[in-house]
Design a protein around this ligand. Structure first.
Ligand SMILES: N=C(N)NCCCC[C@H](N)C(=O)O
Ligand SMILES: O=C(O)CCC(=O)C(=O)O
Ligand SMILES: [Fe+2]
Length: 357
């Protein structure tokens, strides 16, 4: 697949009617309609009206940038440990140096920190034995000590993002409830059981926050225009919705369109780039697909992005909704799956060394 991509036409969705308590049912229905068509056509859109100020998102990016600029030894203080080891790691959380993350069997040119919803070991094992060893993914987060403000700032950013995720999946539930044959907006938005499915399944969201640093690629494309190196290979995300915050670098994230061509999804100031994950695809029986995307950072500088993944609860059982089965030919294409099991398999396969040996 070539290095070139077409220019930017992803839809822009305004979430404000779902966050502003004074908004009208008509305004919510209008947003839901735009979501329904964006999810059907692209599985990707820009999100505005989310209520998180640019002063916050700018700081999130600058703190991540500061971390990646630290010396290697400093960053490796929070290197993800081995699951089952006594170093305090669970194998998934913490810092991953360049080359540890793999996609489709190739090393991605990126370094990262993964943070997840805290796993409360004390509940399962009793307060006294809450320390290591941990099972894969089932441990405490490893937060950087430097920059000092990172942890408190990010903790409150996660809370703000959870609110956005909640409002967004509520809006998506409503969008799914719209009658595709009807062109008129619903006159009231009293939620039906189906419309609340995403909200209920994300009450204790097993969220992920990933800080990613992308060095410039040496040679992203060869003379024929084919891709030689990836910052992140082609993939879909695993859960409900990804709310991507990235620095201003253009020419990096690409979205795969239904015709197989790639389109740039360059950042728009103040907007998150949102995409739907595999669990939404399964709930909708493939009606809304978890669109594949990749990163080929074609610029010169160091690029930083901080995706927030708003996901189902660890224990949520995800299966196609009857209404969606009917709309997609009457056959259940996926069956039920527990989100935690799905995530374990995916996350385990993401690392080149240690976990895979
Ligand atoms: N939560 C994480 N790590 N999200 C990033 C997904 C990047 C693709 C992944 N290596 C894959 O092959 O699926
Ligand atoms: O950095 C980006 O633009 C996207 C990263 C991404 O797709 C991911 O981490 O899942
Ligand atoms: Fe992704």
């Amino acid at each position: 697949m070539g290095c070139t991509s077409t220019s930017n036409t992803l839809p822009i969705i305004d979430l404000a009617p779902f966050l502003d308590l004074t908004s009208t049912a008509t305004a919510r229905a209008a947003t839901a309609k735009t979501i329904a068509s964006a999810c059907l056509e692209y599985g990707f859109f820009y999100l505005i009206g989310h209520g998180i100020p640019t002063s916050t998102t700018d700081r999130v990016i600058s703190l991540a940038t500061e971390f990646f600029q630290l010396p290697k030894e400093e960053k490796e203080k929070i290197a993800r440990g081995d699951p089952g080891g006594l170093d305090g790691g669970d194998g998934a959380r913490g810092y991953q140096p360049l080359g540890e993350q793999i996609t489709k069997g190739m090393r991605d040119k990126q370094e990262a920190i993964d943070l997840y919803r805290e796993w409360d070991c004390s509940v399962e094992r009793g307060e006294k034995s809450a320390g290591p060893p941990y099972e894969f993914l089932k441990g405490p987060n490893l937060w950087p000590e430097n920059p000092k403000e990172l942890k408190p700032f990010y903790e409150s950013y996660v809370q703000e993002q959870i609110k956005v995720g909640e409002a967004l999946v509520r809006a998506m539930g409503m969008a799914l409830g719209l009658d595709p044959a009807s062109s008129t907006a619903a006159d009231d938005d009293e939620a039906t059981a189906d419309e609340e499915v995403f909200v209920k399944a994300t009450k204790n969201t097993f969220w992920v926050l990933r800080l990613i640093g992308y060095p410039a690629l040496d040679k992203p494309c060869n003379a024929d225009g084919n891709v030689e190196q990836y910052s992140c290979g082609e993939h879909s995300d695993y859960g409900c919705v990804t709310l991507l915050l990235a620095d201003a670098t253009p020419g990096a994230l690409q979205v795969k369109l239904k015709d197989g061509t790639w389109m740039d999804a360059d950042p728009i100031p103040g907007a998150f780039v949102v995409n739907i994950g595999d669990m939404i695809e399964r709930w909708t029986n493939g009606l809304w697909q978890s669109t594949r995307h990749r990163v080929i950072h074609r610029g010169e500088g160091f690029r930083v992005s901080v995706p927030f993944f708003y996901e189902p609860d660890w224990d949520a059982v995800v299966q196609p909704l009857q209404k969606c089965i009917e709309r997609t030919g009457g056959e259940d294409k996926y069956g039920p799956i527990k989100y935690g099991d799905y995530l374990l398999a995916k996350a385990y396969g993401n690392f080149y060394n240690r976990c895979q040996r």
